[in-house]
Design a protein around this ligand. Structure first.
Ligand code: TRP
Length: 335
């Protein structure tokens, strides 16, 4: 970290190593984090304990954890300016989580839309309790580092609200113990929708079932081209205003990658066939992914280097996390 970094507001965010990353993760999260890394003091976590709620194969989880760490760096997060660390390497996350659970009414967790969706899908009797207490662990991730801002997608707003409620609750009971963070929901940059479901946000888990749903960051050029060629469009014969959701999504991807406004993108393709639009979008995606994939391959060829980077970061952030944990332990009387 540069010496001035400590005077900047601190951001913390995390991604689960549960599936590979797609274009929506890049345009909606990683690219923004990288772009803003000189404005903040940066903490980016790979939340492997959260990924356990999907009961992954252990070897696969280890693999995805390293893959995601390499992806953070390949997408532009600079290890000299960002802490890049694995959640499970810092035991304070689990320890603070337990204390937060004792402060969380069941009702708060029962209202979480993510819990409701997964318990409906799997059956309430069968869904694991980690899915239920997931927001407490996420709150621990954030609160341990006194984060000012949490850059996340709109779908995570409810979790950040719960985190704020918990911090406020402890502070009102025991004096000022925790910093109350704010969500940082980017309004610029793309909200990328599914290629086959342009009315739904692009999703890692859907992409794992249906490859045509998303361009993955590690897709080779021919796969990118094929997936975009098959993306849902409108029933109109050509691009025109106002575009339907599928065409709007392609225009948005193009605009975000070529750094033009969506209006400019629409003007550029107005009256053109969908195949012209799709060819241009595929070119833009392939151009953006090439340097990421090259850097990724380099990082993966030096696995020891990658592990050293994660270990060094864990050692530094450990100190910060432990100080907060100690404050909370003292406040509640377990120290
Ligand atoms: N729940 C977040 C998601 O699914 C992942 C996450 C876990 C997270 N801990 C976090 C995000 C802390 C921001 C801060 O996207």
């Amino acid at each position: 970290m540069s010496p001035t970094a400590a005077s900047r507001p601190r951001v913390l965010s995390g991604i689960q190593p549960d599936f590979g990353l797609h274009l929506g993760n890049y345009l909606g999260a990683l690219r923004n984090w990288a772009r803003d890394q000189d404005r903040y003091e940066n903490y980016f976590c790979i939340v492997d304990l959260h990924a356990l709620t999907r009961a992954p194969d252990p070897q696969r989880l280890r693999e995805l954890t390293l893959e995601l760490a390499a992806m953070y760096v390949a997408c532009g997060l600079d290890p000299a300016r960002c802490e890049i660390f694995v959640q499970s390497h810092v035991p304070a996350h689990s320890e603070l989580c337990w204390i937060l659970e004792t402060l969380t009414p069941m009702g708060w967790l029962e209202r979480m839309t993510q819990f409701k969706a997964r318990s409906e899908a799997q059956g309430r009797e069968r869904v694991n309790t980690g899915v239920f207490t997931y927001p407490d662990l996420m709150a621990a991730d954030i609160l341990l580092y006194d984060a000012d801002f949490v850059p996340v997608g709109e779908d995570q707003r409810q979790h950040i609200e719960l985190c704020r409620d918990l911090a406020n609750r402890l502070n009102s009971q025991r004096g000022d113990v925790l910093k109350v963070p704010a969500a940082l929901i980017s309004t610029v940059g793309a909200r990328v929708m599914g290629l086959d479901t342009p009315d739904e946000k692009m999703s890692k888990s859907i992409a794992a079932d249906r490859p045509g749903h998303a361009v993955m960051l590690l897709d080779p050029p021919d796969v990118v081209r094929r997936k975009i060629a098959r993306a849902t469009t409108d029933t109109e014969p050509a691009v025109h205003a106002p575009p339907g959701p599928g065409v709007a999504n392609l225009l948005e991807i193009y605009a975000a990658l070529r750094e033009v406004s969506t209006d400019a993108a629409l003007a550029e393709f107005d009256g053109k066939s969908y195949s012209v639009l799709k060819g241009a979008v595929a070119d833009a995606v392939i151009d953006a992914l090439a340097p990421i994939q090259a850097r990724y391959a380099e990082l993966r060829s030096d696995e020891d280097g990658l592990r050293r980077l994660l270990a060094a970061s864990a050692q530094r952030v450990h100190v910060v996390a432990d100080a907060t944990l100690r404050r909370v332990q003292e406040a509640v009387g377990v120290r």
